[in-house]
Design a protein around this ligand. Structure first.
Ligand SMILES: NC(=O)c1ccc[n+]([C@@H]2O[C@H](COP(=O)([O-])OP(=O)(O)OC[C@H]3O[C@@H](n4cnc5c(N)ncnc54)[C@H](OP(=O)(O)O)[C@@H]3O)[C@@H](O)[C@H]2O)c1
Length: 295
């Protein structure tokens, strides 16, 4: 393995943080956490623009996961929280990082929504950004780290797909109706879903920490996207349940508004060119195997 590093992880109490911190520690790295609450080793208050001064002392790599959940109705105040919790927090980290004698590397969460909502063709890290609120959020979120990049620090942006976990995220929300045999495709089911198992996402972060030539955007998705129709059938098969009840696009829009249109109805086939070219090995590249392992 590479030299053990000292890492500061924000948002470590969410879905991705706990297994990521556990794997980093198991690999011999020292992990400190930065949280709004007492559960963190260090505290910050993003809205007030304050953080523990010593949080970054001796830190080699920042992993920035923190951000207000996007899975809520996007009222004006929710939109502001979703955006500012990411951009303002990044600015706090960047300002503190630039004051360190040795400026740490930065690995920030980001999303495949960077590429927009509906792309006819597959996209990779070279593709242009797209439209929509979440694309704007990811652009500003990644952009907030620009001063670090300008200072020569290694910056990685993990453009993450739909994370498969029974503990949270999209899959956990889909499970109750599917378990009752009330699941089905969403809309016409043709929209492409770019997914990644939680296990492989954690491994991709570890890869980015340890492979110090990794820089810039990294699409954190499995090698093959699937249509919602295929995802639905596969989930039904894994749960041994029928999937006969489609959820019409109009109902999704009525129930969830723009949030639904930009998430479950979005059509993005994302290619993980960076991970593939750098020799990353997926443990769960097959959807059925990944779902069985996640559930
Ligand atoms: N899960 C996915 O499918 C997925 C897909 C694409 C991108 N991502 C991105 O990856 C990151 C981590 O994902 P996750 O699923 O682990 O997120 P999560 O479960 O929602 O947890 C995020 C953490 O961020 C902190 N946080 C929440 N609201 C905040 C606010 N208003 N201001 C500051 N901090 C706040 C919390 O940590 P403390 O309470 O400790 O402060 C929380 O535990 C997120 O930024 C997410 O947008 C996730």
């Amino acid at each position: 393995m590479t030299q053990p590093k000292t890492l500061l992880v924000t948002g470590a109490t969410g879905l991705i943080g706990p297994p990521l911190c556990a794997v980093l520690r198991a690999k011999g790295h020292t992990v400190r956490t930065l949280s709004r609450g007492e559960q963190g080793d260090h505290q910050w208050d993003v809205a007030a623009g304050t953080m523990d001064r010593s949080a970054l002392d001796g830190v080699d790599v920042i992993i920035h996961l923190a951000g207000e959940s996007v899975a809520q109705r996007w009222t004006a105040s929710a939109r502001a929280r979703i955006l500012k919790s990411r951009t303002e927090s990044t600015r706090l980290l960047v300002d503190a990082a630039l004051k360190q004698d040795a400026v740490p590397a930065y690995i920030g969460a980001s999303g495949i929504s960077y590429y927009g909502i509906d792309r006819e063709r597959s996209v990779d890290e070279m593709s242009a950004t797209g439209g929509g609120f979440l694309a704007e959020v990811t652009r500003q979120w990644e952009g907030a780290a620009a001063p670090l990049k300008a200072a020569g620090a290694r910056c990685v942006f993990m453009r993450t797909g739909i994370v498969l976990s029974a503990k949270g995220g999209a899959l956990a929300k889909m499970l109750p109706p599917f378990k009752l045999g009330l699941g089905g495709r969403i809309g016409d089911g043709r929209q492409m879903m770019s997914w990644i198992s939680l296990v492989d996402l954690v491994r991709a972060y570890l890869f980015a920490v340890e492979n110090e030539t990794t820089r810039g955007p990294v699409n954190a998705v499995a090698p093959e996207a699937v249509s919602n129709q295929v995802f639905t059938k596969t989930l039904g098969k894994v749960l041994s349940r029928p999937t006969l009840f489609p959820l019409p696009a109009r109902l999704v829009s009525a129930l969830f508004g723009e949030m639904g249109r930009e998430t479950v109805l979005s059509n993005l086939s994302v290619i993980p060119s960076q991970l593939t070219e750098r020799g990353f090995h997926w443990q769960q590249a097959d959807l059925e195997a990944a779902l069985r392992a996640s559930l």
